[in-house]
Design a protein around this ligand. Structure first.
Ligand SMILES: Cc1cc2nc3c(=O)[nH]c(=O)nc-3n(C[C@H](O)[C@H](O)[C@H](O)COP(=O)(O)OP(=O)(O)OC[C@H]3O[C@@H](n4cnc5c(N)ncnc54)[C@H](O)[C@@H]3O)c2cc1C
Length: 492
């Protein structure tokens, strides 16, 4: 098939991150290509969970998260065990689609994203590798070539206005893009996983993750859909570096946890040496980094979630800019917002890794665990209060600019703003509240193609909500000039 050699956006990498970016850009009507050097979709053992913020992003993207909820396993509690003590933490947090994380196979998420792309007529170009990237002030020139053993097919030069680098971790983002990253490794430690159906799991609820801390090592169990569990282990890395099989991993988890585990058909053994990496910036002019290209976490529990959230945050901004609906300053907020979340995740996961491999967990972590002072939620709530896009002139209390707007996304009521829309929430007039200058606010909404006005319960505050459901502007309803000033800075 003849491919465009000039596009608005080229996406490198068709993992969940690249596909998320491409699906949102396609929704905006952006001309794009997405390439991946793999011969076809990935299907190895990978992500098992979906955090509430990721599910909300998927809903804004128009994915069928209602069906996903039915097929997935909710995870309501995380239980830490330390010797005779155990402490259970409720995993509930803000999430419009689900207040608790779900467990689900990454293959299911990949399939949903692929289907979404197909709906927009976007076909992933597998077997195509980006081997050279030359950015300039107006765009990026990328050399693509057939991946794999030397082929006679000629290399192709593609000119793109923007490049989304979604190549995953450890895939040469430094060399290809010239990205500088802060790297931290954890010598002498390794992480292992295996999946299994456990026969005797007394005391382990179907919606509970359990973590067992012991000297220098820890083990855990996460429930998966279909009655399976993912078993994991953090432990000293033996000098020989031999790779244990799934059965050995189950036995090691049984030893550390003290559980009499019997596993039926243990499978998918996996191990890695942890490392964290974070790019100094997520934007290098016309090159934008997302997911593993920007951040690698020492524990596997966040990579896909964090990356999909990056991609969603980036893609609606890029879609607005490419389609002339928003000012390029929107993109400046991308690094500020997402690098902050990434730094927090690096910090949390490094702390959990330290806790899980501490030589003396009892003395070091026992008191905090017993007092319930360990933040067990693996994904801290996502808010962008410090973003240059967040302007708050509202009264103290309630959700602020940068926070997710409660009630905006309500699947039960069938309310789902599209990821191309900004929603202007205007309170209805009522006795006792300041008069609402509705005509003026309607005129303001009509001025910008992306803004939709929605009337809400009576009150005194207007909210302008971004396409990702976060509050952009909050201010008094009787001061439309402040809102107009905000809109003029960012919207076109
Ligand atoms: C065992 C395991 C368990 C995990 N569990 C979880 C979990 O519970 N929760 C969670 O959130 N995450 C988890 N993860 C992490 C998650 O799987 C990854 O973070 C996620 O796949 C990253 O997505 P990505 O799109 O950034 O990268 P990838 O999925 O790696 O996709 C990047 C793609 O880019 C392509 N590519 C690279 N370079 C080029 C190039 N030059 N040209 C063309 N194509 C290129 C690659 O072929 C690849 O397909 C787990 C990972 C593993 C291995």
């Amino acid at each position: 098939m003849q491919r465009n050699t000039e596009v608005d956006v080229l996406v490198i990498g068709a993992g969940p991150v690249g596909m998320t970016a491409a699906a949102v850009l396609a929704e905006y009507g952006v001309r794009l290509r997405i390439v991946d050097r793999r011969p076809g979709p990935d299907s190895g053992t990978r992500c098992t969970n979906l955090w509430p913020a990721t599910l909300d992003a998927m809903a804004f993207m128009g994915l069928d998260v209602g069906e996903l909820l039915e097929r997935s396993q909710p995870m309501r509690h995380k239980v830490f065990h330390l010797g005779e003590d155990s402490f259970s933490s409720d995993l509930t947090e803000y999430g419009a689609v689900s207040p608790v994380p779900l467990t689900q196979s990454q293959d299911v998420v990949d399939a949903m994203l692929t289907a979404r792309l197909e709906r927009f007529g976007v076909a992933i170009e597998y077997g195509v590798e980006a081997c050279r990237v030359d950015p300039d002030d107006d765009g990026v020139t990328v050399v693509l070539r057939p991946a794999g053993p030397a082929s006679d097919a000629p290399a192709e030069r593609v000119r793109a206005g923007w490049l989304v680098a979604a190549q995953g971790m450890g895939t040469g983002a430094e060399e290809l893009l010239g990205v500088r990253r802060t790297v931290r490794s954890f010598p002498g430690v390794r992480i292992l996983h295996a999946d299994a159906r456990l026969e005797n799991r007394d005391g382990i609820g179907p919606d509970e993750e359990h973590i067992y801390l012991a000297a220098s090592r820890s083990a855990g169990l996460v429930p998966l859909p279909g009655g399976l569990h993912r078993l994991f282990l953090m432990e000293p890395d033996p000098a020989g570096g031999e790779r244990p099989g799934a059965r050995e991993i189950v036995s090691a988890v049984a030893r550390v946890s003290g559980l009499p585990l019997t596993a039926v058909e243990p499978a998918c053994p996996w191990w890695a040496r942890p490392e964290s990496r974070i790019a100094e910036t997520f934007r290098l002019g016309r090159v934008l980094l997302a997911g593993g290209s920007a951040t690698a976490l020492p524990l596997t529990v966040h990579g896909m979630n964090n990356g999909m959230q990056d991609a969603f945050n980036l893609a609606w901004k890029l879609g607005m800019v490419v389609r002339g609906l928003g000012d390029e300053v929107l993109l400046d907020s991308y690094t500020v917002e997402r690098r902050r979340v990434a730094r927090k995740l690096v910090e949390v996961t490094e702390r959990v890794l330290g806790m899980g491999t501490s030589e003396d967990s009892q003395a070091t972590h026992g008191p905090r665990i017993r007092q319930g002072r360990v933040d067990m939620r693996t994904q801290p709530s996502v808010t962008y209060r410090q973003s240059p896009l967040s302007q708050d002139q509202g009264r103290p209390g309630g959700p602020q600019a940068g926070d997710p707007m409660p009630g905006l996304l309500d699947l039960a009521a069938g309310t789902r703003p599209c990821c191309t829309e900004w929603t202007l929430l205007v309170p209805r007039d009522s006795a006792g509240a300041p008069p609402v200058p509705l005509a003026e606010l309607r005129a303001l909404a009509d001025k910008y193609a992306a803004v939709r006005l929605r009337l809400t319960e009576p009150g005194s505050t207007v909210h302008l909500v971004r396409p990702d459901g976060h509050i952009a502007f909050r201010g008094p309803v009787d001061d439309p000039a402040a809102l107009a000033g905000y809109a003029a800075r960012f919207l076109r």
